[in-house]
Ligand binder design. Sequence first.
Ligand code: ZN
Length: 360
Amino acid sequence: MFRIAGIILAGAVFLAGCTTSNQPSQTAPLNWSLPNAAPQPVQAPPVKPPAPVVQSNAPPSVVVAPAPVTTWDALKVWAAAHNIGAPHRLASAPLLTYAIGSSNGVMVLGIGSLAATWNGVEIHLGFDPQFIDGDVFLHDLDLQKNLEPLLCEPPLTFGTNRVIVIDPGHGGANTGTRSVLDGRFEKEFTLDWARRMAPLLETNGWQVFLTRTNDTDVSLSNRVAFANAHHAALFISLHFNSAAPGETQHGLETYCLTPEGLPSTLTRGFPDIWSLRFPNNDFDARNLQLAVRLHTALLCATNMEDRGVRRARFLGVLRGQDRPAVLIEAGYLSNPAEARRIEDPAWREKLAEAVAAALK
Ligand SMILES: [Zn+2]
């Protein structure tokens, strides 16, 4: 169901997108890519704004802080206040779908769907858009944290600080997940991807530091400290995914930290306390812009299945970062076809080239 909006718009704008250009708490997982069941988005029940929905939107096991005052706004009113054109209806069935655009690009929203698209690439909202008395309503925080950075703010640029830290996930005894084909470990592939990326980024003017250059385990908190010590302008953590023992799930996911007040796309069973704010939340807008930039480039280069730009709050390697930071899950080692690609050095070179090209 969540994919419908993306499918509808894919033909219209996907090509345009392609041609442009831990230790924060005891709850943080030691191993981000432990085999796990397919992540499920948190579903918002249909509600009529402005009723507060924060409590009812949370899974029952999640600890939720006292509900903040929540408000919903008519999208057309918000658009007018931001000097962009009013949303217009794209489709009525099977999903009621609206598009809203600016000179930056086009966002497509499906009523009742947490999945939206930005220039044809899937992004995940905190609350599903509602259709009330003939108008589209969005949660204020989605407007502030998801629509505004993409539709209204200047696109991501890089200043004079050209230091980037690339973080090959896992290492040493922390093996990450493993290939369904032959048991090779994620840690090997993330390191190779990073090593291929470094000279390409240097060619583009970046000074590159890797959190590890060999098969050693580095704690999540030390990966954050490493980026601080190097005064990095950007931080990118590299991973490959798993849905073992399932073998069918496949595709690309790019994560950035959940903004304060919004539910996460993925919790992996960790408490998702919406009221928490982390240092990296200072970069909410640029986190999203960076995630979208990298996600789009990787999709265009590889034609992987688009599983979306997603939000998570439990990722210790991201939330303490004092800079825009994202985590990429570039395919599933539990899927035989994707594992075969990931094991191919030429494929990893392609992944490296895509990231480097996105940061030119
Ligand atoms: Zn991993």
